[in-house]
Design a protein around this ligand. Structure first.
Ligand SMILES: [Zn+2]
Length: 345
């Protein structure tokens, strides 16, 4: 049972109860027009028999749509009769950012995925992060948090995971990623580790998968298709529903390609603010020294574009855009094939 004793957020769903429990988290938000106002965050728990608990979250960032769509769809349709275990679904976790269509919350201008493990007396995003960390995660065996590159770029359709030191957990996580069935699974050495939902999940020893299923501020058609199939695949992989994961890719290849972002040279950064013209799309094979793109200064007739080049051989995982970038923004991230020996080095 989720209790509200440590949190200002009320949960009107009993996630320990069998069957489909659907309702809202109610988070207090005082506004000019409603001093006692609340924000309602949809939550659905489907429980039957015995088995592990899976948490599916979407909308930690408001402008990342594929997870919101896929988790909402599953939350509407999952039949408790076919479930062995429990599935907790929060499709639009950071609801102020979701309704505002932005990465950051308009309430406190915070990135919720930099607020973990949160604070029950902190800002709105910190309060929300605390609720998830302290009152949801202790019930969870597997967390799948669905993201995209939002408005800050595009991504090759992929799951991602940190290189966790525990080799057994790492192997279980890679197996879960393969069952998820995105074209790529990226093992990486974290950016901003410590404050993300993933880091909170990992601190508790829970299996954690993230995703990048699109970006550029639009709904990626293939990203939604992969996400819908992947949620079913994950439930099958952990034997919560019957069946075998279906992981054939659009190009006919049989499954997920394990990749890694190990080398700092995988990142190319903008050396100045400007209008970035990328030369590749995500999924392209790129070579060290190739042109990643041109940084244009269209406001200045006398200033030629700056060439930004790749620094190693790899497949383009993340691509900048759309359009204007700031100095220091990552404009390209390359991934290499996963190599256990190099990973462990
Ligand atoms: Zn995100």
């Amino acid at each position: 049972m989720v209790t509200a004793t440590e949190s200002r957020i009320q949960c009107d769903v009993d996630i320990d109860a069998p069957g489909r429990q659907a309702g809202y988290l109610r988070a207090p938000l005082s506004r000019n027009t409603s001093g006692w106002g609340t924000v309602e965050i949809p939550i659905v728990s489907v429980k039957n028999g015995t088995g592990p608990t899976i948490l599916f979250t979407g909308g930690v960032h408001g402008d990342e749509y594929e997870g919101q769509i896929a988790v909402s769809r599953l939350a509407r349709n999952l039949d408790p009769a076919i479930v062995q275990g429990r599935v907790i679904m929060i499709p639009a976790l950071n609801i102020p950012a979701v309704m505002n269509d932005t990465r950051l919350s308009p309430v406190d201008n915070r990135d919720m995925n930099r607020c973990f493990p949160g604070n029950p007396r902190g800002t709105f995003s910190e309060m929300l992060a605390h609720f998830v960390d302290a009152l949801i995660l202790p019930h969870v065996d597997v967390s799948v948090d669905l993201h995209t590159a939002g408005h800050s770029g595009d991504s090759a359709l992929s799951t991602n995971m940190h290189y966790v030191a525990d080799s057994a957990l790492r192997a279980r996580t890679m197996a879960a990623a393969a069952a998820f069935g995105a074209p790529y699974n990226v093992v990486f050495w974290g950016v901003d580790e410590g404050a993300t939902l993933t880091s909170s999940v990992e601190r508790r020893g829970i299996l954690s998968l993230g995703t990048e299923l699109g970006g550029w501020g639009r709904v990626n058609v293939e990203g939604v298709r992969i996400a819908d199939r992947a949620l079913q695949n994950i439930l099958k992989h952990f034997e919560i529903i019957e069946g075998r994961p279906e992981t054939t890719q659009r190009d006919g290849s049989p499954g997920t390609r394990h990749m890694m972002v190990r080398d700092a040279a995988g990142y190319s950064f903008a050396p100045a603010a400007g209008l970035f013209e990328p030369r590749n799309v995500v999924g392209d094979m790129c070579r060290a020294g190739d042109l990643a793109g041109l940084l244009h200064f269209v406001e200045d007739l006398d200033r030629p574009p700056i060439e930004v080049r790749y620094r190693l051989d790899g497949i383009l995982w993340m691509s900048a855009g759309p359009g204007r970038v700031q100095r220091g923004d990552a404009v390209a991230v390359l991934m290499e094939d996963y190599d256990e020996a190099r990973a462990a080095a």
